[in-house]
Design a protein around this ligand. Structure first.
Ligand SMILES: [Zn+2]
Length: 318
């Protein structure tokens, strides 16, 4: 059995940390006790020094964001050695190809369920529980998000059990450290127009919130407003037709046939560029072309005025 965090004890209204006092310390939260996961620091995987100053935000993160690395192989090497290797690979890709100062995400979770520190200082600052390291993993939202990269591609296949279990444990620990409630666990696509964290893993986020909530001893009964839907080139249907009507109203010469083809892709790409929306923000381990994707950062630009964001999101979720 692992140790419990100091914060868990404080939630119970007592400051005791001795293992023997655990039952009393956590009684205030329905007996919840969040284990501290084993997180392998940058020093353990021979990370390169950061190429610039690490920014530490002087506040807690608002959201915990789930990503996938888009590694199409869905590797079957579940060893710790492999987890340390992908940490190096991702850092090299982010520094050498993306041009970032360091790994984009704060933490990485391997298919074998091994968790490593991504960006330098993320672990030490998490343990402090009052600040967070600014990463590069959610365009325009990096000061409020803490990102976890999950090794693999989960658009059509499910995550391994080991990865799922370590993800639940890691998120519960982060949420416990910062006092974040489960509804603030998000997928990358809830902020940017990206497939990340893969449709299958994304569809499991409600389950993830429930499991994390159980570990935290908090209720997840609150019904969230649906997120903006993600539409992609090749998609068809009434939502595509709705988006096309909005794009036409915004001056783009697209058909309203409900088929997300070349003209619609061009219109969305142009709109995104005009508004300076990043299309290469994901911390994936390789480059992915998502230039025509229509999601969370595009809908607010095209929905007609006069209704609230929540009303539109609910409407489009039907
Ligand atoms: Zn992502």
């Amino acid at each position: 059995m692992g140790e419990t965090t100091r914060r868990t004890a404080l939630f119970g209204g007592l400051t005791v940390t001795a293992a023997g006092a655990l039952a009393f310390a956590t009684a205030g939260r329905a007996g919840a006790a969040v284990e501290v996961p084993d997180i392998h620091p940058t020093s353990e995987w021979d990370a390169r020094p950061a190429g610039g100053a690490i920014v530490v935000e002087n506040h807690k993160p608002t959201y915990i964001v789930v990503h996938h690395t888009v590694d199409p192989g869905n590797n079957t090497d579940y060893s710790l050695a492999h987890a340390l290797q992908i940490s190096r690979d991702i850092q090299n890709f982010h520094m050498d190809t993306r041009g970032w100062i360091d790994t984009g995400q704060q933490f990485t979770n391997s298919r074998g369920g091994h968790v490593t520190e991504g960006r330098h200082r993320s672990l030490e600052v998490l343990r402090g529980g009052t600040q967070h390291v600014q990463g590069a993993n959610v365009a325009d939202h990096n000061s409020e998000c803490l990102g976890i990269e999950n090794e693999g591609l989960y658009s059509t296949v499910d995550v391994p059990v080991a990865l799922w279990n370590s993800l639940v444990q890691l998120i519960a620990h982060i949420a416990d450290q910062y006092g974040i409630t489960p509804e603030f666990i998000k997928g990358h696509r809830d902020f940017n127009s990206t497939e990340c964290c893969g449709q299958v893993l994304y569809d499991r986020l409600p389950e993830l919130r429930t499991e994390v909530g159980r570990l935290l001893g908090v209720s997840t009964a609150r019904a969230d407003v649906p997120e903006w839907p993600l539409l992609k080139p090749g998609d068809t249907g009434p939502r595509v037709a709705t988006a096309q009507r909005f794009l036409r109203a915004a001056g783009f010469g697209v058909p309203t046939d409900g088929v997300f083809a070349a003209a619609t892709t061009r219109a969305v790409t142009k709109l995104a560029a005009e508004h300076g929306l990043s299309r290469d923000s994901c911390t994936a381990a390789r480059a992915v072309d998502e230039s025509g994707f229509l999601g969370s950062d595009v809908w607010p630009l095209i929905v007609p005025a006069g209704r609230s964001t929540a009303a539109w999101r609910s409407e489009l979720a039907r």
